[in-house]
Design a protein around this ligand. Structure first.
Ligand SMILES: NC(=O)c1ccc[n+]([C@@H]2O[C@H](COP(=O)([O-])OP(=O)(O)OC[C@H]3O[C@@H](n4cnc5c(N)ncnc54)[C@H](O)[C@@H]3O)[C@@H](O)[C@H]2O)c1
Length: 415
């Protein structure tokens, strides 16, 4: 946390960008006003491991203004926006651990710094902070519970719970409808395209784009690429998702086949080794590889590093020349392309994800005796976030009449 003295200019830049973001986060802004006076989090220490972006800064400010002591570390070394970190340290007095480009050692030291505050509540994105707390249980003596932001984190948590090893309750914020239906789909969809374009400035129109995984993120990415004129191929392992992709109008192929025809490849599976070196060897000269899944394990980068000569072409764009002379281009070191090559999700969509985070943390604080398990976001929170979002967008909807309510809960159908 060495931003405070040397980075005043950086902090001022961060301030303007954080203020711009909150104008597109009207639900969070409303919650900030509502909770500022009641100080619902007074006396509560919150340890957060999140992408250090303008949207995260606004969540942190909400928690701080509601009375919490908040400590932040980066959930990915390449997504940290240093101006945002500097702003939080300098103007909001939030201890922030993480600089853009930190190495592995610094990354885990940052997590350790946040763990050492012995938090009452934890917010995680990808489960690195929570799993570190499991390995260092002396830091959990105050812990009431945690929330998890992303699909990969929830998978890791469910695995801990299944083995009976989960030590505290965690709310799977990712699984709220007002989170994954919007953040994963529209947020990842748009910002992945943004990341590809910022890193390469290529024309998408007419390109063959291969999207690996047709889950929430994959659906969004495919739709946006297709909207920009790319011809999209989906690869899947789940027959239902594959069928859905076909019915949505995409080509579906195994990766071994898709490798031969794609111009751009984007993984979004949460899985490992989805694109292996054997696939890369089959690819055309000049293809672009990117990953939108949480960890940089979806493309076999280690084998690429071993078997090819590497050259940095421009920011976020590395060229690999294989022994055959064929070149492939990797974006953002194979880390989340939307966060490393662009700024991550638009604020408007993070508004709902972080409103869920804020209200789930309040729920945990008010329910200190939950057993260790993975919990869904309570449905009334999910509904509340949807209602608030619609309201802030100026959209009204209909209400069921008494007669309709009765009809919809009756076994008798009218003729
Ligand atoms: N980039 C971002 O900002 C961002 C945002 C949200 C989630 N994520 C991450 O993106 C990943 C996907 O999240 P999601 O919500 O779409 O998950 P999801 O579970 O909805 O979808 C994943 C899909 O990948 C498929 N899949 C698994 N292994 C595969 C393989 N070998 N080949 C092809 N398909 C395969 C699964 O069948 C599934 O349909 C996770 O790691 C998640 O944490 C990233």
């Amino acid at each position: 946390m060495d931003y405070s003295i040397r980075d005043i200019k950086l902090a001022e830049n961060g301030e303007r960008r954080v203020e711009w973001a909150i104008e597109h986060m009207q639900v969070l802004k409303l919650l900030r006003t509502l909770y500022k006076s009641n100080k619902a989090f007074r006396g509560i220490k919150i340890g957060c491991c999140l992408h250090i972006t303008t949207e995260t800064a606004n969540l942190i400010i909400n928690l701080k203004e509601a009375g919490a002591d908040v400590f932040l570390c980066a959930s990915n070394p390449l997504s940290t926006q240093d101006d945002v970190a500097a702003y939080l340290v300098k103007y909001k007095k939030v201890p922030v651990f993480g600089r853009h480009g930190d190495d592995k050692k610094a990354y885990y030291q940052n997590i350790k710094n946040v763990m050492s505050i012995k938090p009452h509540l934890v917010v995680d994105d990808g489960c690195d902070l929570i799993s570190s707390l499991h390995k260092n249980s002396h830091f959990t003596e105050n812990l009431i519970g945690a929330t998890e932001e992303t699909t990969t984190g929830v998978i890791r948590l469910r695995s801990l719970a299944k083995k009976g090893m989960l030590k505290f309750p965690v709310i799977a914020v990712n699984d709220a409808d007002t989170k994954h239906l919007f953040d994963n789909r529209y947020g990842t969809g748009q910002s992945t395209v943004d990341g590809i374009l910022r890193a390469t400035n290529i024309l998408l129109s007419g390109k063959v784009a291969v999207v690996c995984g047709y889950g929430w993120c994959g659906k969004g990415i495919a739709k946006r690429l297709s909207g920009m004129g790319a011809r999209v191929i989906i690869t899947e392992v789940d027959p239902v998702k594959a069928l859905e992709a076909v019915m949505d109008g995409y080509y579906v192929l195994p990766i071994a086949e898709a490798s031969k025809v794609g111009d751009i490849f984007i993984t979004s599976t949460g899985d490992t080794q989805v694109i292996g070196i054997a696939h890369i060897k089959k690819m055309k000269d000049g293809v672009i590889l990117a990953n939108a899944g949480h960890f940089n394990v979806e493309i076999d980068i280690a084998s690429l590093e071993k078997s090819a000569k590497k050259r940095k072409i421009r920011e976020c764009l590395d060229e690999y020349t294989l022994p055959t002379g064929k070149k492939v281009y990797l974006l953002g070191e194979g880390r989340l392309v939307n966060l490393t090559c662009a700024e991550g999700h638009p604020s408007c969509v993070m508004d709902m994800s972080f409103a869920n985070q804020f209200l789930s943390l309040e729920y945990l604080k008010n329910h200190p005796r939950l057993k260790p398990d993975v919990y869904n976001v309570p449905s009334d929170i999910d509904t509340k976030v949807a209602k608030m979002k619609l309201k802030t967008m100026g959209i009204s909807i209909d209400k069921l009449t008494h007669q309709q309510k009765q009809y919809l809960t009756s076994w008798e159908t009218g003729t």
